[in-house]
Ligand binder design. Structure first.
Ligand code: NAD
Length: 375
């Protein structure tokens, strides 16, 4: 089998930059995958992240202080960018203008206008661009998606798609760029967690209407990490209510939940669809367990534990558990396979059109919050 090696550079060596680097480092887990990432460059103005990459990534050729230096010297095929949201637009566009393909991070620009500008730059430069959203690669999420697509729900009555965590509940946690609108975006938690909640509904072709949003702030002040106090003004929790049209039937009730103040939750991604004939429920809180509703002579919720049922086969035993690093790796396999024209029927990452559409819905939610009426 011929394997294509793809030269990758990362801009931003923080939480997600390192997570992606570790996914590449364990690529030997894949069986017969004809694409292979080679991480050759990092760009980050901070010495700490650069040193981490120098110490841990044997294939690294370049550790640059700026993305422009990296793009000029790196001879790169693909660039993954994981930086604060106010930097997305300019850095993504520089990557595209430099002739590289882009694996972007959510929310794909600090606001709708930025997202549209990134999409235009991708089209103008003819580059392959996708945006990160890994939770749909969980076997339970894939099974739920396939179940809904099959039509087994019958007439859909209601659906909820969400993402909860509780990292912001600790008031002594120092503020970072995610806590302020100027760096995280006016959309706040909608942008921070929205892609997780909107990816599958958008992929299913659902078009939310009559959006009514309920947004909540978190703590108004936090330690700034330097002995002072920082003002925090982003939305921390968002519940977005809507109706979604379905052919030949009344619209169904569609709700999105994105919360950074969800007591007890740690990265809980969940998706539930209820219909007249069937239903499906999945949450990463019970990461192996898929629940399916059946109506025959009686009504049943059936539970099944899933194994390591991934789109791209690995050496991992079929009954083993799936975790966050695994779905990050599967998402990258999907990105690289699609880029190589080899994806076939496998699940693909968020497209620029989907990312822009999600941003349109966040804008609608902000308008609804401002007026407290349906938009
Ligand atoms: N897919 C996911 O599950 C997931 C999870 C967390 C964050 N994210 C997204 O990833 C992105 C980054 O978030 P994070 O949590 O990794 O942030 P982070 O704060 O941990 O890391 C950001 C890094 O960017 C660097 N940086 C700042 N300015 C830069 C510049 N001009 N050029 C290069 N590097 C620069 C910082 O020094 C830092 O190392 C955001 O878009 C965020 O929404 C995605």
């Amino acid at each position: 089998m011929k394997t294509e090696t793809v030269r990758i550079g990362i801009v931003g060596g923080g939480l997600m930059g390192r997570e992606m680097a570790s996914a590449f480092a364990r690529w030997c887990a894949f069986i017969d995958l004809p694409v292979k990432p080679e991480l050759v460059a990092i760009a980050d103005p901070m010495e700490g992240p650069r040193n981490w990459f120098k110490e841990n990534i044997p294939t690294l050729e370049l550790a640059a202080e700026s993305h422009t230096e990296m793009l000029a010297k790196g001879n790169l095929d693909v660039v993954y960018v994981a930086v604060p949201h106010m930097l997305h637009e300019s850095i993504y566009i520089d990557v595209l203008e430099a002739g590289c393909d882009l694996f972007a991070e959510k929310p794909f620009g600090i606001n709708l206008e930025a997202a549209q500008n990134i999409q235009k730059a991708a089209e103008k430069n003819g580059r392959f661009v996708r945006c990160s959203s890994e939770f749909p690669f969980m076997p339970g999420a894939q099974a739920a998606f396939d179940y809904v697509k099959s039509g087994k729900c019958g007439r859909i009555l209601e659906a909820v798609s969400g993402f909860h965590h509780s990292s912001d509940l600790d008031p002594t946690k120092a503020a970072n760029w995610k806590r302020q609108s100027k760096t995280c975006g006016e959309i706040g938690v909608l942008g921070d967690l929205g892609m997780h909640a909107f990816h599958l509904p958008i992929r299913l072709g659902w078009k939310p209407e009559k959006i009514f949003a309920q947004l909540q702030h978190g703590y108004k002040e936090r330690p700034d990490g330097r002995g002072g106090v920082a003002t925090c003004d982003t939305w921390d929790n968002a519940v977005v209510h809507s109706y979604a049209p379905q052919e030949g039937e009344d619209p169904f009730v569609l709700r999105f939940e994105m919360k950074r103040l969800a007591p007890g939750a740690t990265n809980t991604w969940f998706f539930e669809v209820l219909g007249t004939e069937g239903g499906v429920r999945y949450s990463t809180s019970n990461p192996k367990t898929l629940e399916i509703f059946e109506r025959t002579d009686k009504q049943y919720w059936k539970r099944t534990d899933l194994g390591f049922e991934m789109p791209f086969k690995t050496i991992t035993g079929g009954i083993f558990e799936v975790g966050f690093p695994d779905i990050i790796q599967q998402m990258w396999a999907s990105f690289l396979m699609e880029r190589a024209g080899l994806l076939e029927d496998n699940f693909s990452c968020v497209t620029p059109e989907e990312a822009v559409y999600a941003q349109q819905l966040y804008s609608e939610a902000l308008k609804s919050q401002a007026s407290q009426t349906q938009s």
